[in-house]
Design a protein around this ligand. Structure first.
Ligand code: EPZ
Length: 428
């Protein structure tokens, strides 16, 4: 088991680079199956979710390997559509492979996916969308057996703008003769990136980023070299690290337009954030002010993946903040650990009311999910004294060597793999 040891109180200052977005690259890796030609993705961070996805591609008979900081994928040798239980249970994004497998092979067998403990995370919208394209789906002993011999283009209406369901339907339809229209589609930047990638391969997709996406089927797609958009959630988390420690951080390649809701909230808390030659620079106030009300919602609303980080910032802001988590039904698991660090948080259903305290106190805490784990690291960075964060394999799913990024900004943080007692003091 690995853990982070952190000594709080250091202002983070300096410059850090963000790399390709996990939530863009995972569907892009799936979409690479849509061509038999080589696809190369540049600037791909080393994340375990990405490694799991590569293992699934190799299990299907594809080439998927790291090559000079990027990933090479070639599906010409794909020889099956039965997905491996172990990796599919590890990562929810395995479900994105339904679309490309059906598009290419007209068949797919996938165990019901896993993911973080942030909610039930059903896949009914994925299945409804695929069925509207003529896919026959049966649950056979816990595996979804999908047959696509009768697939056709058509109209798909999503009851909720699900990111994954939108991506699955896009990938399932790009090679179908005719035009498929997705209504109430997700509008996240990662959807726009997926459509840009498929169009670079020779696809014909219009309307990405809006609620109506039109896909004109084409006969084949071609190999390309592609660089995914920078990770807006990693960038947002680093902005929060600068904000909560009263520092000044410059984030190279962070895209202002993809972070507007986060920039707006951090500005409301007293931060000064500006675009600066291909990135962003944040200057924090001495102490953050509370934000009045934060509601998460699908893009272009406030991203749910930044909710836990903002919860941490609210715990030490001057005043009372309110957060409502509208996307996932249980994404406050981190609150318990924050309370142990001295936070004042009250939760009723989907709403958290946070009364800011002067300082948190270091403690031994545990990551419960990916973004909640990142939020605990932020709390430890601004807390008085030492903390440990355990179960950090969850953090490694979405942050490539988080400790190195933060240490380069002046944080006192170490990854301890063979746990030694002397680093850990009893709870102060
Ligand atoms: C993607 O998950 C992201 N993951 C999530 O990031 C992100 O939080 C989420 O989109 C929302 O932005 C990846 O891209 C790999 P959804 P996804 O389908 O596609 C319900 C992270 O931390 N729903 O938009 O699973 C669902 O339960 C992760 O990087 C259904 O009811 O999200 C949830 O309440 C966490 N039925 C809501 O919709 C379905 O069939 C949003 O889910 C599908 C979803």
């Amino acid at each position: 088991m690995e853990r982070f040891w952190i000594c709080g109180g250091k202002k983070l200052c300096g410059e850090v680079q963000v790399h390709g977005a996990k939530n863009a690259i995972l569907p892009l890796l799936a979409a690479a199956l849509l061509t038999d030609e080589q696809v190369y993705f540049e600037d791909v961070p080393d994340l375990c979710d990405i490694r799991s996805m590569m293992e699934i591609l190799r299990h299907l008979g594809c080439r998927a390997e790291r090559e000079s900081g990027g990933i090479l994928v070639e599906s010409a040798g794909m020889d099956g559509c039965d997905m491996p239980d172990k990796q599919c249970k590890q990562i929810r994004s395995s479900i994105f492979l339904l679309g490309p497998l059906l598009a290419k092979l007209r068949c797919a067998k996938v165990p019901c996916p896993g993911g973080c403990e942030i909610g039930l995370r059903p896949i009914d919208l994925h299945l409804k969308g695929l069925r509207m394209l003529g896919v026959h789906i049966q649950d056979v002993e816990g595996k979804l057996v999908c047959r696509g011999e009768n697939m056709h283009a058509g109209n798909v209406y999503l009851d909720y703008p699900s990111v994954g369901a939108t991506e699955n339907v896009i990938m399932a339809s790009v090679l179908l003769p005719g035009t498929t229209v997705i209504h109430n589609a997700a509008r996240e930047p990662e959807i726009v990136d997926l459509c840009r990638f498929i169009n670079r391969m020779g696809g014909r997709i219009r309307g990405s980023g809006s609620q109506v996406i039109r896909i004109d089927g084409v006969k084949r797609l071609y190999g390309v070299t592609y660089k995914a958009i920078p990770d807006r959630i990693v960038a947002g988390t680093l902005l929060c690290a600068g904000a909560v420690t009263g520092g000044q951080v410059r984030i190279r390649d962070a895209q202002f337009s993809n972070l507007l809701p986060v920039i707006d909230k951090l500005t409301e808390m007293g931060c000064d954030i500006k675009r600066e030659k291909g990135g962003l620079i944040l200057r924090a106030p001495g102490r953050l002010c509370a934000f009045s009300n934060l509601q998460t919602s699908p893009h272009p609303g406030f991203p749910t993946d930044m909710q836990s980080q903002m919860l941490t910032l609210a715990t030490v802001a001057d005043g009372c903040s309110m957060i409502t988590e509208n996307v996932f039904e249980s994404r406050y698991a981190t609150a318990g650990d924050l309370l142990r660090m001295g936070a004042d948080i009250r939760i009723a259903g989907r709403t958290a009311v946070v009364r800011g305290v002067e300082k948190l106190t270091g403690a031994n805490v545990r990551a419960r999910d990916l973004r909640g784990g990142a939020a605990l690291v932020l709390a430890a960075l601004c807390a008085r004294g030492e903390s440990t964060v355990t179960n950090i394999s969850l953090i490694d799913r979405g942050y490539d060597k988080m400790e190195c990024m933060l240490a380069s900004l002046g944080a006192q943080i170490k990854r301890i793999s063979d746990f030694r007692e002397e680093h850990i003091h009893a709870d102060p």
